[in-house]
Design a protein around this ligand. Sequence first.
Ligand code: GUN
Length: 301
Amino acid sequence: MSSAKIIDGKACAQRLLIGVKADVERLKADGIAPTLAVILVGADPASQVYVRNKILRAQECGIRSLEYRLAADSGQTELLALISRLNADSEVNGILLQLPLPAHMEEPMALQAIAPGKDVDGFHSENVGGLSQGRAVLTPCTPSGCLHLLEQVCGDLSGKHAVVIGRSNIVGKPMAALLLQAHCSVTVLHSRSVGAQALCRQADIVVAAVGRPRLIDAEWLKPGAVVIDVGINRVEQDGRTQLVGDVDFASALPQVSAITPVPGGVGPMTIAFLMKNTLTAAVQQAHAQRSPSEAVCLSTY
Ligand code: GUN
């Protein structure tokens, strides 16, 4: 068994973060300090881990991070007031609202309140629409990370048949839009799809983002397919909690030409693209504020 077919998302993310760090240093020398505000409402254990990792990575690449924690029973008005304050703060370049929100809050309204230029998650309708129209907007971090891995492994994706399993706003839908922009033929499968396994078996590229532990095994995969596993499922096995993907890794491995592991595949790429988006937002805001005659050459970032 060759390990070359296991896609090392951790190493790829590390390379991206080194580039981000170098750009952040150059920006700081130009008087711009990229800043990311992270909002966590409540104390969901998985969200706490994700937020901690995002803040740690930001620190590692020199991005200033501000953390805002609201109690689980905070009101929507309090959250909207915080977002409004951060929108107006010229020192804040990116705003990340960790999802899911507590059930009493309206997620779409909160996401829509974030200024599109600071929306480093790419969830605002203006950015969603921009992605769909092929405009240069901030795009969601997980699908952006998946696309980057696919381009590293496959090179040009043009003409390939990509199957996306899952149609969430966070991963499935933007993933399909990005693959379309990369000139793939795209099929989106979901819980109501008829003959999902047979359709998936036609794919050159499979992106699994369905949230069902080990759903996709070798039977779903064409020999030589490239598989990106976005799933992070906690399962009890042999008396302990294990993280597993949406793909049955052991079953899929002999069938595929390349596959991401869980953990160590897509997860680190999501955070790397959050840092890249924060950098992009900071550069775009500096562009908007500075006159063209000012010396800083922002187009090099
Ligand atoms: N919760 C799970 N994934 C994500 C993500 O990509 N962004 C945010 N903000 N919350 C999440």
